[in-house]
Design a protein. Sequence first.
Length: 109
Amino acid sequence: MTKKVLYTDFEGIDGVIADLLQNKDIKKAVTRSNLYRFWKSIVGEKFSEKSKPYSMIGGGVMVIACANNVVAQELLYQKNMIIEKFTPYLKSLKINLKDLKFDPKKWSE
């Protein structure tokens, strides 16, 4: 028994990515993922090892997973500075960030 091979016009990976980015939800996820990559440069290596962006919720709130309550408290003290450091990235990615929520319950190694 032989298998038939079906051929299609393949646009290349650029065409596939372009099509995917037309999907509003995928575009939003990619944009947020790009923003999350800057976390280490925003908070420094010490805190980036014990915290990470977890998600965005309504009203421009970013949820940050923290290794423990001490890390969450330390980051809470620096919240305004963190948001200020995010500003250039937010503008270029056109993301609205108004607040940060630090949540140790979201942490996983």
